[in-house]
Design a protein around this ligand. Structure first.
Ligand code: BTN
Length: 247
């Protein structure tokens, strides 16, 4: 994959810009970075607060073969790539299924993968938000979020993070696209996540709540949760609104 990196001072959302360019024929590897987003999006319609120079706001266009089934695995692959990127800065993060990176239980990065219908076929836009500093956190996330600066005492720029990030995305995306890509991606995720198995969780679904213990991932990246009656519920990516350890 060849990367083209476009940098902007201000965008509504880097995901929206990447999606627009994908619709106009952008090739795989287009990366959009903004210093600030005025309409940054999180999962489930939430806002991703994106103050100037306080985070890395990054999106990449991917054009995988058979995009639809691969989406959950692309999200897992990206979590692995971000995890290894953060390690280069001395940050050891855990990956909470399916797309949150946590340090000491606080969120340092979120990932939003979206599909886009384009004249060249279905594309996937993967958006990554990494908190560089906690200084501008609003009250509502101050207790639950953290940043590279809070963890390491050092302030890094978005560009410093973007360089290893693109390198790791290339590496782990190539693995995902290879013959045993899904299996290897799940093993890579497993090695970096305490959520793979034996984790007590509560999952809020559209039609109720599932409580139990995590019991590995399905081949497509869905989460298996073993409930107290011994049955295993399969949680597909996108179904989960909340996944928390039970205190
Ligand atoms: C989440 O955890 O809810 C996902 C957050 C994803 C935020 C990033 S910031 C860059 C990209 N542009 C967006 O509008 N969202 C993603």
């Amino acid at each position: 994959m060849n990367f083209t990196i476009q940098r902007y001072d201000t965008l509504g959302s880097t995901n929206s810009e990447a999606a627009d360019q994908a619709r106009r024929g952008a090739t795989e590897g287009l990366c959009i970075i903004a210093d600030r987003q005025t309409a940054g999006r999180g999962r489930n319609g939430r806002t991703w607060i994106s103050e100037s120079d306080s985070g890395l706001y990054f999106s990449i266009v991917l054009r995988p073969r058979s995009s639809a089934e691969l989406i959950p695995l692309i999200t897992l692959m990206t979590g692995v790539a971000v995890c290894d990127t953060l390690l280069e800065f001395g940050v050891k993060a855990d990956i909470k299924w399916v797309n949150d990176l946590l340090v000491n239980g606080r969120k340092i990065c979120g990932i939003l993968a979206e599909t886009v219908d384009t004249p060249l076929g279905l594309a996937v836009v993967v958006g990554i938000g990494v908190n560089l500093t906690s200084r501008n956190f609003p009250d509502e996330i101050a207790e639950t979020a953290t940043s590279i600066e809070a963890v390491t005492g050092r302030r890094y720029s978005a560009n410093e993070i973007a360089e290893p990030l693109t390198r790791y995305i290339r590496y782990f995306y190539d693995i995902l696209m290879s013959a045993d890509g899904p299996g290897e991606t799940i093993s890579n995720w497993r090695r970096r996540s305490s959520f793979y198995s034996g984790k007590p969780v509560r999952v809020r679904l559209a039609n109720g709540i599932v409580e139990g213990e995590t019991a590995g991932l399905e081949e497509n990246g869905a989460l298996r949760v073993k409930t107290p009656d011994g049955s295993v519920k399969i949680i597909q990516a996108g179904d989960v609104e909340l996944l928390r350890e039970i205190a």
